[in-house]
Design a protein around this ligand. Structure first.
Ligand SMILES: *[C@@H]1O[C@H](CO)[C@@H](O)[C@H](O)[C@H]1NC(C)=O
Ligand SMILES: *[C@@H]1O[C@H](CO)[C@@H](O)[C@H](O)[C@H]1NC(C)=O
Length: 485
């Protein structure tokens, strides 16, 4: 069965004499053609379609209906039939039907009301029966009786089920493609173009790896207006948060965790899931009608937040520019791949020559001792940043030493600290000297160059850097309370 396809129907007709198939004129012609071919002629090219006729009026007078257009195949003896469909059906949408209007299917059943059917003089009142197998058959229930009867197919354009978008055409339930044609397999691509090939937009796909140095909200990315197929996922006890263009949170705002579910935002539906894994996801089909700000509410170090969305090509440049203008370019060059670098053996010379080269033995004199409460207070109160950090790397250059550290805990900060930071000491032989792979309590200054291009964390000479211990932690907390206001 299926979509009326003359080629199939007519090929089948002469061979399979089902009760329903009536050999039409063209199928007789086809048979004749086939016989002729098998006798002598050889098949030539296919026939030709006439241009499409115009669309018929909508089959319904209100609500959803069907409109048809057709074309004819013109072929000569010896030619094959045209390939393709002779009819096209498309959805038409008229204003909604008035509330009390009788649905199309009900109307078709009601045509048999009070008429003798089933070979007897008995009459019944008929209403649609939806429990039968083929939803495009006109199955009607005899009201007040326990049987239904199938009166053949429903008329073309009858909804397959109540309220469905799919319509019955020639006994088959067809859904419309994005081109509005029933039975068409045209689908929107990820850029929202019907039948497109994803080439009018770009996929933005990144992993936000900033581990975050303190609990709280961190910006992950801007999701610009026009984004489609937004997906975000992470596995940790942190929570994704979404802020609208007006600065109001859509979910997980103001330190309160929202229930999983569907949220309306920026003209689209955002589906938020949370699994005990722990794992969270956000999905939205888009397109978004406004910018959204994706954040994460950190409670533990961030293992990575994967996000992606599709942006129209023309919006990609502005998105990047905006992200940079928002300061999401990193304050300092970030040591992104720290974990993948071969660990430096603590005692032996480093494997990587650009880090503490072999040829440079440590000629630095020992540093003087800088212990004591006064020293600690002075540094704590006078510093811009006090934090606990682990030393991941050390690079000595001509007149400075750059430490790469992982920030573990922040006691004091003038501006946000990132999980991975560089701390600079302005000497080839810095004091205090930090050992690799150890954890320290550090007090640092912020150093901004005159032209504003460099913003650094500075470990002052003879500054405060103590190996971290629980005792050191409580001493610092005491110091924190003693700073002059
Ligand atoms: C567009 O991209 C999506 C996601 O990668 C893919 O599933 C889909 O098949 C693509 N569509 C086309 C037409 O290439
Ligand atoms: C995050 O982005 C918003 C919007 O641009 C900005 O106002 C806010 O200061 C940013 N927050 C942080 C911590 O960078």
């Amino acid at each position: 069965m299926g979509k009326p396809r003359p080629r199939e129907a007519e090929w089948l007709a002469p061979h399979h004499h089902t009760g329903r198939a009536h050999p039409s004129r063209s199928s007789l012609l086809l048979l004749w053609t086939l016989l002729n071919c098998s006798v002598g002629g050889s098949a030539q090219g296919p026939g030709e379609w006439t241009p499409w006729g115009s669309w018929t009026r909508c089959s319904s007078s209100c609500g959803q209906g069907l409109s048809v257009r057709s074309r004819h195949c013109i072929w000569l003896p010896g030619e094959e039939l045209c390939s393709g469909d002779s009819h096209e059906y498309r959805l038409c949408q008229l204003p909604d039907c008035p509330p009390g209007a009788m649905p199309f299917r009900d109307l078709q059943c009601a045509l048999y009301n009070g008429r003798p059917v089933l070979g007897t003089q008995k009459t019944y009142q008929w209403v649609p029966f939806h429990g039968a197998p083929n939803q495009c058959d006109l199955n009607c229930l005899a009201e007040g009786h326990a049987f239904y009867h199938s009166f053949g197919r429903v008329l073309d354009g009858t909804p397959c089920s109540r309220g469905a978008r799919e319509l019955c055409v020639a006994g088959r339930c067809l859904s419309a493609g994005c081109d509005g044609l029933l039975g068409s397999d045209a689908r929107e691509d990820h850029c929202g173009r019907c039948g497109g090939t994803n080439d009018s937009c770009l996929l933005v796909q990144r992993v936000f790896r900033d581990a975050g140095a303190f609990a709280g909200y961190w910006n992950v990315t801007l999701i610009p207006e026009g984004a489609r197929h937004v997906r975000v996922a992470h596995r940790s006890r942190n929570h994704l948060a979404l802020m609208g263009f007006d600065g109001r949170y859509v979910l997980n705002g103001n330190w309160a965790v929202s229930p999983p579910g569907t949220y309306e935002a920026a003209g689209t539906r955002v589906v938020y899931t949370r699994a005990p894994g722990p794992e969270e996801t956000l999905r939205a089909a888009g397109p978004t009608s406004q910018d959204l700000l994706l954040q994460v509410l950190l409670q533990e170090p961030n293992p990575g937040i994967e996000f992606e969305f599709w942006l129209p090509r023309e919006l990609y440049g502005p998105f990047q520019a905006q992200a940079q203008a928002l300061g999401w370019s990193l304050r300092q060059p970030q040591p992104r791949e720290v974990e993948r670098q071969p660990p430096e053996p603590p005692a032996a010379p480093a494997a990587n020559p650009s880090w503490t080269p072999h040829s440079t033995p440590d000629p630095c004199p020992p540093c003087s001792d800088t212990r004591g409460r006064a020293h600690r207070l002075l540094h704590y109160c006078g510093s811009d940043f006090v934090f606990r950090a682990r030393v991941l790397g050390r690079l000595r250059q001509a007149r400075e030493t750059r430490y790469e550290v992982r920030v573990q805990l922040i006691y004091k900060n003038l501006s946000p600290l990132r999980a991975l930071e560089y701390v600079w000491a302005l000497s080839h032989c810095p004091c205090p000297l930090l050992d690799l792979h150890r954890e320290y309590l550090l007090a640092a200054q912020r150093l901004i160059s005159l032209d504003g291009t460099q913003d650094r964390l500075l470990l002052p000479h003879a500054g405060y850097a103590r190996p971290w211990t629980p005792a050191e932690d409580s001493r610092v907390r005491v110091a924190a309370r003693q700073c002059p206001v």
